[in-house]
Design a protein around this ligand. Structure first.
Ligand code: ZN
Length: 501
């Protein structure tokens, strides 16, 4: 059995290496590659993806996983070995159901769809996307149907990203949250808008970058095992546990973009950097779900990075970095500016309170499209109506309406959005638990000390990688199950204080 287990690890190491090689190609494409490299790079990335897929669905791998079943059962559930076999089997069983020719057809389609979207969105041309999106929806249904026995057709797609969640469980959770968020957003909207003009002065590039790097270094991002580069749409990527990179972008006329995206991506990266080295080269050396991953980026970006205590420490330094822009701006005013709540058109620019309403709208549309109760033809109009109902403002066009997010145009329809709100909910639940264990965490922040919080997250979440599912992680870390209470309390306390009601 030990021999077979070693063989399994060798095979998984190769699959992991191929994935990481693909990640290097993708990172280079999104950062330094000149436009002329595009065609060859697409071919190279497809080849690596195909090789990884072949190795991941090799019948010999399936046989090995079968042979190791009794070995797995003889080991404790939470041992590295049993966890590795369990998680590898889950991945294998998922991938092997999708025929490789269908997978290849889908990748080709998705790449064409993405290319078209990059032109259709600025041109506000939904008609151009419509046939492509219809094909994407067909693929999405097809993929879901490879996993029969579901309750809702979106369930298998949700499962890909947030294992264990279903349309029904997400729906229930979102309905509960919505009931609390809508009155909160309403109450805030009766107050005068916060003034964020102090963030919109001229902020030179290099100083923004340096300040962001200084902050995340202090939060615990390890530059010996990572680096930061510039891109169009910030992301985190990993080539090994010793090389976890982040990217950012800079707007010289808006301070909020670079700084908070840097903290956000460093949150994703600290999760990956915190995985135990023993899990390297296996499918366990990844964050466990979209929701848990997003909980880490949002925890550092919002709960820490937009908190009063954090800025009590960092604001004097920010002021001395930008004396002309912020020298006369009081901390109170800066704090209000970075926490401005405003109903707006774009999800990625939304504040903490209204953000989840953007996600819920998309999630509901995904379910309706997959069910067939809404057609792609009627989607722009449906978007328009629902948006006006939820936000009280109408998107002026499709560019900032149904075309705004890349997800449906570069990947499947379904399973893409729920993770963002699950992440928000979990961020507050984990943070509350960390403070319960170490009540000094909020005061530590005023002194620029983040190591206690970082250590709690590492101990309870990061180190395990994918050994445990999201719900197991929540259970182990909080002694309970997923709950909206800490998140609702966090938002209500923070914003009722900020807006004085
Ligand atoms: Zn994120």
């Amino acid at each position: 059995m030990e021999q077979k287990f070693r063989e399994l690890k060798a095979r998984l190491q190769e699959i992991s290496d191929l994935g990481n090689i693909g990640a290097v190609l993708g990172w280079d494409q999104a950062t330094y590659m000149p436009p002329g490299g595009g065609a060859a790079r697409a071919r190279q990335s497809a080849l690596i993806g195909q090789l990884a897929h072949q190795k991941s669905t090799d019948p010999d791998l399936g046989k090995l996983l079968d042979d190791l079943r009794s070995y797995e059962e003889s080991l404790p559930y939470d041992s590295d070995e049993a966890s590795l076999i369990r998680v590898a089997r889950r991945g294998y069983e998922q991938l092997v159901r999708i025929p490789s020719n269908v997978m290849a057809e889908f990748y080709e389609h998705a790449s064409l769809s993405y290319q078209t979207w990059t032109e259709a969105r600025p041109a506000n041309n939904f008609a151009k996307m419509r046939p492509l999106l219809e094909t994407t929806l067909d693929f999405s249904r097809k993929f879901a149907n490879y996993f029969p026995g579901f309750e809702h057709i979106a369930d298998p797609l949700i499962d890909f990203n947030d294992y264990g969640m279903k349309a029904s469980s997400v729906r229930k959770l979102f309905a509960e949250l919505r009931e609390k968020l809508v009155p909160l957003a309403q109450a805030i909207s009766t107050q005068p808008l916060a003034d964020d003009s102090c963030l919109r002065a001229h902020y030179p590039k290099d100083k923004q970058l340096d300040f962001g790097k200084k902050v995340i270094g202090q939060l615990g991002y390890d530059f010996q095992r990572g680096r930061q580069d510039l891109t169009h749409h910030p992301f985190m990527t990993k080539f090994s546990l010793g090389d976890v990179r982040i990217t950012t972008r800079i707007k010289e006329n808006y301070l909020g973009d670079c700084l908070f995206s840097t903290i956000h991506e460093s949150g994703h990266a600290m999760y990956e950097q915190g995985i135990r080295m023993e899990l390297e080269g296996t499918p366990l050396a990844n964050g466990t779900s979209a929701g848990v991953h997003e909980s880490q980026s949002r925890l550092w970006e919002n709960i820490v990075g937009r908190s009063w205590n954090f800025w009590e420490y960092f604001y004097p330094e920010l002021q001395s970095t930008f004396p002309n822009q912020l020298g006369k701006v009081k901390l109170e005013d800066f704090y209000r500016a970075i926490n401005k709540v405003e109903k707006s058109l774009i999800r990625t620019e939304a504040d903490e309170v209204t953000y989840n309403l953007h996600v819920m709208l998309r999630f509901d549309f995904e379910l309706q499209l997959l069910e067939g109760s809404l057609s792609i033809r009627d989607l722009p109009e449906a978007w328009h109506e629902r948006f006006e109902k939820d936000f009280g403002i109408a998107p002026p066009d499709d560019r900032d309406g149904v075309l705004q997010d890349v997800h449906w145009y570069a990947n499947l329809v379904g399973g893409a959005f729920q993770g963002y709100t699950l992440g928000n909910i979990l961020s507050a639940q984990f943070y509350a638990e960390a403070v319960k264990a170490h009540s000094e965490i909020p005061e530590d922040m005023q002194k620029g000390k983040f190591s206690t919080l970082h250590a709690w997250l590492k101990e309870n979440i990061y180190q395990h990688g994918s050994k445990f599912t999201a719900s197991e992680i929540v259970q182990r870390a909080t002694n309970g199950s997923l709950s909206i209470e800490p998140y609702v309390k966090y938002l209500t306390d923070k914003y009722s204080r900020l807006y004085g009601f």
